[in-house]
Design a protein around this ligand. Structure first.
Ligand SMILES: Cc1cc2nc3c(=O)[nH]c(=O)nc-3n(C[C@H](O)[C@H](O)[C@H](O)COP(=O)(O)O)c2cc1C
Length: 393
């Protein structure tokens, strides 16, 4: 695919996605919230860390492989849950799932995705399911039961989204889900014929507009029609620790919380029997004053020790970012936008390219710093001056 041939890094994939997607869709994927402070904070925390070459180590047999929850992964990377892949490409979640399975990394399917969880089991990869809790808890339990029946390995409960992010640009772009046929958005769509035909056109030609296929049956309106009362039912500001206790009781597989930013919350989660914690600020999309995830990671990783697996996301754009997160205590990272840019730029091939770029960059960083395996990555490779936990409280 010609566009992909000219993409050498995640920034190029982002630029290709920007060209292809209507502005409303691109900004929905790319932007964050309010003044975009958290998104910059996440990036500068990575960029502030400088590394030192280690000379004369035979790194010829090095490997990015790791073990996550007792199973192998080709690199310490997981596809983060995003509801948007199906807007970036026709059946975008299928493209991502194929790419992830072939690359040997787990994929997390979002509650808000547009592909039924059962469909992804065809591709042979590791599958995790992300849950947004419904106001009526029985609806959440139904989804959990469905994920269990479909054989999902892990349940990830997102805990950083008590209320939706304040995303002013969506209103400005006339973009909403369900789609709002505002003149501004329709004009935007008309200016992007390859997306209109290649994504929306293919949905229409193959059975109609996509639905939120993992929502409870009575709330599965299409992305155009929506359904009265759905937004109210999806309100999750009442989610609390007693829910986590119940999820632990009914979910026998790996249970993770996504959006943990405090040591006390992390320790409490361990006491509730949670297996994994994802240090995340939702890619800066919710609370704009959130601290960089890399800044809050070390204290959490240290306090939790080996009682739970600590992962991190928000801001991964280079393979060296993965190495830095591992050095500060993460077992793996999740990537949201990087692989969505790839999907938008070229479907499965673009998603695979994004994963491949991050893997190559990670491998090079390991070679320069003298790390032959992920277990050898530590803060020993850092050049001094990085203030650990500069923002953590
Ligand atoms: C377009 C988009 C949609 C998202 N949807 C969800 C979601 O449905 N559930 C969730 O827990 N996180 C969601 N996230 C957050 C990601 O899972 C992840 O935390 C974030 O993207 C990581 O930051 P990064 O994009 O810089 O890699 C979404 C992120 C994006 C960019």
């Amino acid at each position: 695919m010609a566009a992909l041939d000219r993409c050498y890094n995640i920034h190029d994939l982002r630029a290709a996605a920007k060209r292809r997607l209507p502005r409303g869709v691109f900004e929905f994927v790319d932007r964050a919230t309010e003044d975009h402070i958290a998104v910059h904070e996440n990036r500068s925390a990575f960029e502030d860390i400088k590394l030192r070459h280690r000379a004369l180590v035979d790194v010829s047999g090095r490997s990015t492989a790791t073990t996550l929850f007792g199973k192998p992964a080709a690199l310490p990377l997981v596809i983060a849950p995003t509801g948007a892949a199906g807007l970036c490409w026709y059946r975008g979640e299928v493209q991502l799932a194929r790419a992830a399975a072939k690359a040997g990394v787990p994929l997390t399917l979002s509650t808000t995705s547009m592909t039924a969880m059962e469909t992804l089991t065809e591709f042979g990869g590791r599958l995790w399911f992300q849950l947004y809790v419904w106001k009526r808890r029985d609806l959440s339990y139904e989804m959990i039961e469905r994920a269990k029946r479909a054989g999902y390995e892990a349940l990830i409960v997102t805990v950083d989204s008590a209320v939706p992010g304040n995303r002013e640009y969506n209103a400005r772009n006339g973009f909403a889900l369900p789609f709002n046929p505002s003149p501004r958005f329709m004009l935007d769509v008309a200016r992007h014929p390859s997306w209109t035909l290649g994504v929306m056109g293919r949905y229409l030609a193959n059975g109609g507009m996509p639905k939120h296929e993992n929502y409870p049956a009575q709330f599965q309106g299409t992305i155009v029609s929506g359904l009265a009362g759905r937004r109210e039912e999806m309100n999750h500001d009442s989610l609390n620790w007693s829910d986590i206790a119940h999820f632990r009781d009914i979910w026998p597989g790996t249970l993770m919380l996504k959006g943990v930013n405090r040591v006390d919350d992390a320790l409490k989660a361990v006491n509730y029997g949670v297996d994994g914690l994802i240090v995340s600020n939702h890619g800066g999309r919710n609370m704009d004053s959130a601290a960089a995830t890399l800044a809050v990671l070390p204290d959490i990783a240290q306090a939790v020790g080996d009682r739970a697996t600590v992962l991190l996301d928000s801001g991964i754009r280079r393979g060296s970012d993965i190495v830095k997160a591992l050095a500060l205590g993460a077992k793996a990272v999740l990537t949201g936008r990087a692989t969505l840019y790839g999907t938008a730029a070229g479907g499965e091939a673009g998603a695979a390219q994004a994963i491949g770029i991050l893997k190559t960059e990670m491998d090079k960083t390991m070679a320069y710093t003298g790390c032959r395996s992920v277990d050898e990555i530590s803060t020993d490779i850092f050049f001094g001056g990085y203030e650990r936990n500069r923002l953590a409280g």
